[in-house]
Write a protein that binds this ligand. Structure first.
Ligand code: TXA
Ligand code: MG
Length: 337
């Protein structure tokens, strides 16, 4: 099958919606990363998403809606706190895990009795959700294990020939996937995956916000994390990624001792002047690093990097999301100097 590249006009979004109604799957832009979209209520369509990505069957998909008020149609219980969070953060990069009802098939929820609900703010995705009128299951549109796509071109590279169409809506604004939260009780939440909606932002609405330990740590063999996605090596380019914690001087000294063919570095913009080794930069602060991290990981493959030493990002605010993705890309190989 030849994958169609669609623009974001009303007519093209109508075509995209028709494709979904026929049980086929497409790439679609969101404000975080591009998604691989299917009708969340259609088991066969959702199976095509798992197949195209090569995704393990126990890793659940997020269901996207045009408005949080529609969540009642797909869930069996919504705490008041969820409505308060929605008022502040929906539409936007927040996913709330809630008990699902029978309209969401088990294949979509990876066998769990909960479903992640998200209301994206990207105008193209939002309009697409309105036109289709469907609950749209959409994981990131990368092949399982690879860096998430932040442009239509990334999706084409991973999915060409496997899906019907990709809608081009430009570069994703945030660059890392949504913050995923669950409810420990009616009044307390847990961050399962960090994103651009930070713990500090959530604390403004909810005084009790726990960071799930799986965010920063490797999951032991056989252990079951609250967010199944956290147990897989992930976001990984072909190159071997190694995170280095320490000052710029320590970083330079370490690279100097370990330099050779195929070795590259990924550093802050502010480190670049006079930097003596092969390098790419990934922004000067956490927001920029979130925006660039996945495209830089892909670029490192394009230029033939075999081993990449990365200057560790901050773990504060949005930095926690960048750090979380990078330690998974590195298979938890972190060297503290
Ligand atoms: O920003 C995003 O969330 C993007 C865009 C396309 O919306 N989507 C995305 O989906 O990142 P995906 O499938 O690549 O990641 C979903 C994450 C996984 O880590 C999964 O385990 C977790 O959310 N998740 C989904 N449903 C869950 C549930 N019911 N319980 C716990 N974790 C869940
Ligand atoms: Mg993903």
């Amino acid at each position: 099958m030849e994958t169609l590249l669609l623009g974001s006009s009303e007519a093209e979004l109508q075509i995209a919606a028709n494709i979904l109604h026929q049980g086929e799957i497409i790439g679609i832009p969101t404000e975080t990363v591009y998604g691989l979209a299917a009708d969340a209520s259609n088991e066969e369509a959702v199976a095509k998403v798992f197949a195209a990505k090569g995704r393990p069957a126990d890793n659940p998909l997020i269901v996207h809606l045009s408005d949080f008020s529609l969540a009642v149609n797909y869930t069996s219980y919504i705490p008041k706190l969820a409505y308060k969070l929605a008022e502040r953060f929906c539409p936007g990069p927040l996913t709330m895990v809630l008990p699902k009802n029978e309209k969401i098939p088990m294949i979509t929820s990876g066998g769990l009795d909960t479903v992640g609900i998200r209301v994206p703010s990207h105008p193209v995705m939002h309009r697409f959700l309105e036109i289709s009128g469907l609950p749209v299951a959409a994981p990131s549109a990368n092949r399982s294990g690879y860096p998430s796509p932040t442009s239509a071109d990334h999706v084409m590279r991973d999915m060409d020939g496997k899906i019907y169409a990709v809608v081009d809506g430009g570069e994703s604004e945030f660059g890392v996937e949504s913050t995923v939260i669950s409810f420990d009780s009616d009044n307390s939440i847990r961050i399962l995956r960090p994103g651009c909606i930070t713990r500090e932002m959530l604390l403004e609405i909810c005084p009790d916000v726990v960071i799930d330990p799986a965010i920063l740590n490797d999951i032991a063999e056989g252990q079951r994390p609250a967010s199944p996605g956290m147990k897989y090596k992930h976001y990984s380019p072909k190159a071997d990624i190694i995170i280095i914690e320490g000052t710029l001087e320590q970083f330079k000294e370490y690279v100097s001792d370990n330099y050779g063919d195929g070795v590259y570095t990924l550093i802050y913009d502010t480190d670049a002047e006079g930097f003596p080794f092969r390098f790419l930069t990934y922004g000067k602060d956490s927001s920029e690093q979130a925006h660039y991290i996945f495209s830089k990981l892909r670029e490192l493959d394009d230029i033939g990097a075999e081993k990449v030493y990365v200057r560790a990002p901050s773990k504060e605010g949005v930095g926690l999301a960048v750090y979380n993705r990078l330690i998974r890309a590195a298979g938890f190989e972190v060297i503290a100097l």
